[in-house]
Design a protein around this ligand. Structure first.
Ligand SMILES: *Cc1c(COP(=O)(O)O)cnc(C)c1O
Length: 417
């Protein structure tokens, strides 16, 4: 790049002057760059691309909708793409979640969930307001979402603005009872309002997995103590864990469900927060002061809804579940081989996602010195992988071919041997 760009990139230290590839096209699991490289997208462009880049049905739906109705106010008005999407989502998701609230990103879907939970209690005259969270969680980068996520270098500067939460220890193998006891104690506090959790796998916190039985038990504890259960399936939704929702594997139906990333197949921003009758009913009244006070300019943008409708049609009509099952098997085989490499530790899999930690002498964690070296290695090898510290994970689009998976494996092998 010859001239300096005015762009300030997310999660990027510009002072390190690392190269920033210019991508001109994307198709399937590949990104094509201006300088003629074909880069394998091994992390689904930060976990959003499910069926692959440029799925023709999603692209066509966007083009068609853009020419007919691009955008309209959603407070007190409606449109067909949103109506269709809401109806079809309710039909596809657990039946106890019949109300659909739209927003624009995973972070806003989470903010909406928190506000719904607090509104639920406030409208019933209850003082409950405390949010319970799991250690190492990530729920987004807005102030509320940061407040309920792990504290660290990412949000230290903003910590004076973050609100207090009750934090439950991660259910490490053998330590599950500690988690249950802490959750039960937190739920018993008179101010406990809701527990929010990433089901089965904590993503940005380091791809930490725990079994469905633990999720089921945590849900049981919350229900028994009358604390709302919020599932943040922003990453885990849309097949990532092998099933449409991760909660399915535990037979858990949350009171509030957050979906974003794969909702449009990863083509365009859109999010939904689904709510139970009880949550909706607490806001349903002739008193305008009890309505749900949340909106953003582009709530339920018709073009984004059309893309999501195409995604749902793909789920209904294409062999998506078979593609996922195939990928789960191939990932398991790759993980078994990676696990034998000398420096690979903690091999783990959750559905289509696999991760290993690379043993390092100079300290682990997100700011581990190894991270920038790994990033540079993968970039130079034309594979988009973005380790979380010394944790290397592979989360490809479901359409990825075996040859591309083999290339990813080889590139990881080069730094793990
Ligand atoms: C990515 C993510 C978010 C935030 O979503 P954005 O669309 O990036 O705002 C929230 N929760 C989880 C579990 C995520 O992985």
């Amino acid at each position: 790049m010859t001239t300096r760009s005015p762009i300030w990139h997310p999660f990027t230290q510009h002072g390190l002057e690392e190269p920033i590839p210019l991508v001109t096209r994307a198709e399937g699991a590949a990104l094509l760059t201006a300088d003629g490289r074909r880069v394998i997208d091994a992390i689904s462009s930060w976990w959003v691309t499910t069926h692959g880049h440029g799925h023709p049905r999603i692209a066509a739906a966007i083009a068609d909708q853009a020419s007919r109705l691009d955008q309209i106010i959603f407070a007190g008005w409606t449109h067909e793409p949103a109506e269709t999407l809401a109806r079809d989502l309710v039909a596809m998701m657990p039946p106890a979640l019949p109300h659909v609230f739209f927003s624009d990103s995973g972070s806003t879907a989470v903010e909406v969930a928190l506000k719904m939970a607090l509104g639920f209690w406030a409208n019933r005259g209850s003082p409950r307001h405390r949010i319970l969270v799991m250690e190492h969680s990530y729920h987004g980068d807005t102030i509320g979402a940061m407040s309920i996520g792990a504290r660290g270098v990412f949000n230290r500067a903003y910590s004076p603005l973050l609100f207090d939460v009750a934090t439950i220890p991660f259910p490490a193998p053998g330590q599950e009872q500690t988690t249950y006891d802490a959750l039960a104690a937190a739920c018993a506090a008179p101010d406990a309002a809701a527990f929010i959790v990433e089901p089965l796998i904590l993503g940005a916190g380091g791809m930490l997995v725990y079994p469905p039985a633990v999720l089921a038990e945590m849900h049981r504890i919350c229900a028994a103590l009358d604390v709302l259960f919020i599932a943040d399936e922003v990453m885990t939704g849309w097949g990532r864990t092998g099933t449409l929702l991760a909660c399915e594997q535990a037979g858990v139906v949350p009171d509030i469900l957050c979906l974003a990333k794969g909702l449009t197949g990863g083509a365009i921003p859109l999010a939904v927060t689904l709510a139970s009758d009880a949550i909706y009913d607490a806001h349903y009244s002739t008193d305008r002061a009890l309505q749900f006070f949340h909106s953003s300019s582009y709530t339920a943008n018709p073009i984004a809804c059309a893309a999501a409708n195409a995604n749902l049609a793909i789920w209904r009509e294409e062999p998506v579940r078979e593609r996922i099952a195939t990928l789960v098997e191939r990932q398991a085989a790759m993980l078994a081989r990676l696990a034998t490499l000398p420096r690979a530790t903690n091999p783990r899999q959750c559905g289509t996602m696999i991760a290993i930690d690379i043993a390092v002498a100079d300290g682990a964690g997100y700011m581990a010195d190894i991270a920038p070296r790994l990033l540079a290695h993968f970039r130079e090898a034309d594979v988009l992988l973005r380790p979380l510290g010394n944790t290397v994970y592979v989360m490809p689009p479901y359409c990825i071919e075996e040859a591309d998976l083999a290339r990813i494996e080889a590139v990881i092998g080069e730094v793990t041997g």
